[in-house]
Design a protein around this ligand. Structure first.
Ligand code: HEC
Ligand code: HEC
Ligand code: HEC
Ligand code: HEC
Ligand code: HEC
Length: 457
């Protein structure tokens, strides 16, 4: 081929690339939505003009309609002041662009054309020009296609928060979020975490148990640290999750609406390991929490991030949390039980000890090596942490305080199947963690709920 021909061939190739790019860009999703918004506005104003009796006003409306009809298309971007965000959401959600639409109301009800809902005056207290969108919603600020922007795609760890999970954002910035209108679900979630004793095993920002991970940065957990086969075991509404729903919110929810043993079954019969390993010791909350309550917990935990730059965090501190005062030592004792997460292992209000896999417990058949694996599993499942009221008659006040201070080491656990896995959960030593006056009232409460011993008279 001569150089001249080669030159032509290259030129044609270049032209083809250029034309394809132009066609593709013209076809861009955001352009369709933006054009639609301007056309809808034009139609709306034209209709208004037709109904208008004042000819001058009608002419003005027609003029604005024509302007909307000719409105050039452009990518819109909010650069937030100090939040490190570049959000192009208003490229499609045009009615939420304060420059384009200062009143922030639109006559439309359908997204992306509708106005932003004004929850608790949010729109005025958090001007979008300053806050952007993703600081509350998450998603991928720079993206301009629907799936990418909303973040429901593989390899994007922070998809747009669904439902009440968006209230995690209020938790990030507002120290006093529990008092805010618009953050009730997150406030309820925080309450439930205390009530159900999550802090017996998990800490949040260093406060709480050390049996499992600190949940104070759960929102930052990189998805690559959660192996795919674990996500395959997560079930919500009894169903496996499609790949684009593998995210932290569903990871947390999956631990609460299903038995965590399903998520982390481990190896109780030592099939893959030299030693047997008990399934997840996390209690099964699926019968204890309603779906809505589980979602409230997700809403609260969605605000547990340490990576996010939130310079406003210090701005909106609430008043320092104060310990409530009690005049009744029993009421205070119950409060202490809740505060330290005793419920995590001994049940809400100490009513029933929770599962302690392969611990020797009441109601089990005696161990028999001839049992099938399924039969053995069922008996191991019956292992329990103590139901405290049943045991209180064996304690004086001082003995009880001492027991709680000392704890019981893991090695003291008695196993049902002597060759089965070690029970994972043990009684922590609380000495130095719970103050003496708190311990005293805790013991007083526990003794007050103790079952009276039947003396046989
Ligand atoms: C390419 C256009 C486009 C972009 C960019 C876009 N959106 Fe949307 N958005 C839509 C459309 C279309 C809908 C309605 C249909 C739907 O929900 O899929 C919608 C719906 C929504 C909804 C309500 C429905 C839901 O699923 O909860 C929210 C909230 C939302 N968008 C937030 C955002 C945020 C935040 C961004 C920026 C990170 C963004 N959008 C960027 C087009 C877009
Ligand atoms: C201060 C936090 C905050 C900011 C900033 C914010 N939003 Fe929202 N947004 C919310 C809350 C809260 C809701 C209500 C969610 C719910 O109740 O389902 C909401 C609702 C929406 C909805 C409607 C969802 C529906 O189902 O109808 C859309 C769309 C939306 N936001 C888009 C945006 C876009 C685009 C931006 C940026 C221009 C933005 N938001 C900025 C907090 C915020
Ligand atoms: C990026 C940080 C940030 C996020 C996220 C955020 N806020 Fe705010 N919010 C602020 C700041 C800053 C102010 C202004 C405080 C001031 O100067 O009084 C404010 C003010 C408010 C106010 C009015 C003042 C007050 O304290 O009563 C309300 C109500 C409010 N926010 C609710 C919410 C809710 C609900 C959410 C979650 C959907 C939320 N905020 C998310 C930072 C944030
Ligand atoms: C008896 C101890 C115990 C209690 C009580 C407990 N958990 Fe767990 N949790 C664990 C253990 C251990 C794990 C580690 C993974 C596993 O074994 O499944 C875990 C894992 C988790 C995870 C996944 C963490 C991650 O980084 O992947 C979440 C989220 C969680 N728990 C939330 C809760 C909540 C919310 C509560 C209270 C409603 C709670 N847990 C109560 C022991 C407990
Ligand atoms: C992480 C789980 C866990 C937490 C949290 C926990 N316990 Fe325990 N507790 C246990 C286990 C397991 C035993 C049984 C130990 C054994 O005998 O092997 C136990 C035993 C006890 C006993 C002795 C019962 C007996 O056998 O006579 C008392 C009393 C007790 N716990 C009180 C408390 C109080 C009060 C709290 C809160 C401050 C608390 N526990 C928190 C797991 C826990």
């Amino acid at each position: 081929m001569s150089y001249r021909k080669l030159f032509y061939a290259f030129n044609f190739a270049l032209l083809a690339v250029f034309v394809t790019a132009l066609v593709k860009d013209n076809d861009a999703q955001w352009k369709t939505y933006q054009r639609q918004y301007y056309d809808l506005m034009a139609d709306h104003l034209t209709k208004q003009a037709a109904a208008e009796t004042d000819p001058k006003k009608a002419a003005d409306l027609r003029k604005s309609a024509a302007e909307y009809r000719r409105h050039p298309l452009a990518i819109k971007q909010i650069i937030t002041d100090g939040l490190g965000r570049f959000d192009r959401c208003t490229t499609c959600h045009v009615g939420m662009d304060e420059y384009e639409n200062p009143g922030l109301t639109t006559p439309f009800t359908q997204q992306p054309f509708a106005a932003h809902p004004d929850i608790a005056g949010l729109v005025k207290t958090h001007p979008f020009t300053k806050f952007g969108c993703t600081v509350c919603h998450q998603g991928q600020g720079l993206a301009t296609t629907l799936a990418d922007a909303h973040g429901w795609v593989e390899n994007w760890d922070h998809p747009m928060l669904k439902g009440t999970a968006i209230q995690g954002s209020c938790v990030k910035c507002h120290g006093d979020f529990a008092a805010l209108k618009g953050a009730q679900a997150a406030a309820e979630g925080e309450k439930l975490i205390h009530q159900h004793g999550c802090l017996g095993c998990h800490a949040i920002d260093g406060v709480g148990g050390t049996m499992s991970v600190d949940l104070g940065d759960i929102e930052d957990k990189p998805l690559e640290r959660i192996a795919g086969y674990n996500f395959l075991r997560v079930r919500i509404d009894g169903k496996q999750l499609p790949l684009d729903h593998w995210n932290i919110q569903n990871w947390i929810l999956g631990h609460l609406v299903d038995d965590p043993e399903q998520v982390t079954p481990n190896d109780p019969f030592a099939k893959m390991n030299t030693e047997p390993i008990a399934p997840s010791p996390m209690p099964d909350f699926s019968h204890e929490l309603t779906r809505e309550q589980a979602e409230d917990i997700v809403a609260y935990l969605s605000g547990m991030t340490k990576l996010e730059e939130v310079p406003y965090r210090d701005h909106v501190q609430g008043p320092a949390a104060r310990e409530p005062r009690f005049s009744d030592p029993k009421a205070h004792g119950h409060y202490v039980f809740v505060k330290y997460g005793c419920a995590g292992c001994h049940g809400v209000d100490a009513k029933a000890g929770r599962r302690r896999f392969n611990a020797l417990g009441p109601g089990q058949k005696p161990f028999d090596p001839k049992m099938t694996e399924a039969e053995r599993f069922a008996e191991m499942e019956k292992g329990r942490e103590p139901t405290l009221p049943d045991l209180m008659s064996g304690y004086s006040h001082e003995e009880l305080v001492e027991k709680i201070e000392q704890g019981v080491p893991a090695s003291a656990a008695k196993k049902w199947d002597p060759d089965g896995p070690m029970p994972v959960i043990y009684m922590p030593a609380w000495k130095g963690k719970i103050s003496k006056p708190e311990l005293d009232d805790l013991a007083t409460w526990l003794l007050s709920i103790g079952k009276k011993q039947d003396l046989g008279f």
